[in-house]
Design a protein around this ligand. Structure first.
Ligand SMILES: [Zn+2]
Length: 84
């Protein structure tokens, strides 16, 4: 199932086949790197962010970003066109 939008920049990402659970992804947190409620994010990604690194995001965050892009891109295009 694709990520489900719950607020303008927040999406629910469903875990991929073979694992169980529904994770909450917020794209605004960590200076727009995003945040996910899954264990991978908590134990691998967030500690790396806290060390100032730019780690590869968890798959739920990747899916939420991809889903958000089709909504964000038109807004960016509109904004950029206004500035010309
Ligand atoms: Zn995750």
């Amino acid at each position: 199932m694709p990520p489900m939008k719950i607020e303008p920049l927040e999406f629910l990402a469903y875990q991929v086949t073979g694992q169980e659970g529904v994770y909450r992804v917020c794209l605004e947190e960590n200076d727009f790197f995003g945040h996910c409620s899954c264990a991978h994010f908590a134990y691998r990604v967030q500690p790396a962010l806290n060390r100032g690194e730019r780690p590869w995001p968890c798959k739920h965050l990747v899916l939420a970003r991809m889903t958000a892009w089709s909504e964000i891109a038109p807004l960016l295009a509109k904004h950029w066109n206004k500035q010309k």
